[in-house]
Every structure is written in C-alpha cells, then in structure tokens.
Ligand binder design. Sequence first.
Ligand SMILES: [Zn+2]
Length: 70
Amino acid sequence: MTSAVRTRQTSSGAPKKTHKRLFGCTCGHKLRLGASRCGACYRPTPIYNRRWFYLLAAFGAVLGLLIVKL
Ligand SMILES: [Zn+2]
C-alpha cells in the first residue's frame, strides 16, 4: 500500500509573481526591468534599469577579481 502523503508544490497563499518591477519612473509608473523606455510616458529609463548595465557590472566584478588574484 502506497499511502505516502505527497506534499504538493502548489501551496495555497503563494502570491502569483509576474514580471519583476524594481524601479519606478518619475511619472510614478512601475518600470519593467530591462525596459529602455517608460511604458506610460515613454521617457528613457535610468541606466540601472537596463540589463546590459548589470551584465557590464558583473563582467567588471569578475574582471576585477581576476586582476586582484593575479
Ligand atoms: Zn514614466
């Protein structure tokens, strides 16, 4: 008899996570991460909202560590 009680992964009460929106525009609109322009006022988003900024930052950090270790 296989009467093992399975714990379901879909636990109740877990909020549905949509896209990560960390930063907000000056107009108050929540910016989508990686978006180059605001969805409401179409103003260019700050540099820290771009994906390449983080890629560059990560690359710089790795490069810095390599330089320190060498
Ligand atoms: Zn805006």
